[in-house]
Design a protein. Sequence first.
Length: 294
Amino acid sequence: MAETDLLARRFEAERPHLRAVAYRMLGSRSEADDAVQEAWLRLSRADPDSIGNLTAWLTTVVARICLDLLRARKTRREEAIGAEAEAVADERDAERDATLADSIGMAILAVLETLSPPERVAFVLHDMFDLPFEDIAEVIGRSPAAARQLASRARRRVRGQPAVPDADRQRQREIVNAFLEASRGGNFSALLAVLDPDVVVRADAAAVAAAMARAGRGAPQLAPEIRGREPAAKIFHGRAQAARLAMVDGAPGLVVPVGGRLIAVFEFTIENGAIVEISLTADERTIAGMALEY
C-alpha cells in the first residue's frame, strides 16, 4: 500500500475523535469539519517520520486551528454592528446552540460562549478529553501553570462561580500592581521580590518585532521566551510607564494604551504569591479577542 494511502487510512481512523474535539470547541458541525479537513491538509504536507504519536499530533493541530477560529470569531462579533450583528447571531449562534446543546447541554454551552478562546480550549482539552496541561500548554502557547490556571477559571465559570475568587483576585491585583510600580520606578529589588525564580516571559511575534523596531530608542531586547528571575526583571526594569491595571479575560493584568488604541496586553500567572509567567501580546487580532476591562 502506498505511504499516502496508509496515512489517509490512519487519519480516517482518527477523524471521529478529531471531530469531537473540534465540535466541543467550536459548537458548529460545519466549522468542526472544516477544522478537521485543515488538519488533514497539514498532515499531508508533514513528514510522517517526524510524528511520534499521531493522535496527539493531530489533536494538537486541530486544537490550534480551533483556537485561531475562536479568536477570529470573537473579533468578527465585536466588529459587527447593527443589522450585521443580528445576522451573525441568527446564522451562527442558532446553529451552535442547536447542535452543541445535544452533546453537552444548553447550560454549559451558554457558559462556554462567555469564555475567552484560551480558556475554552484549555477547559475542553483537559476536562472533556483529559489532555495533560503540558500538552495543552503547547497548543495555547503558555506554560503548563498558565494552562492549568485558564482551565481552573473556566471550570469555576461552568460551575456558576466567579472566574477568580474575590480574595484571590484582590491578592493577584496587589501583586500585579507591585510589579507595575517596581517596573515604573526602576526598583530592581522590588521586581525580583514579586517574580518566581523560574518565571517565564513569553512574547508573541508582534511584540518581539515591535521591540526590535524600537531597539534604537532603548526598547528592551525581547525574545519569544525568556526564563529566570533576573533576565525577566532586566526586561521590565524602569519601563511600563504607559501601562495601566486592567482585567484581562477575568484576571488582573496590564494594558498599554497609546494614541487611543491598545498596543500591548500583559497577562500574569501567579502561584504561591509570586509571578510565574508573564505573557506579552501585541498582535491586534489576538488583543481584539480578549475580554478587557480598564
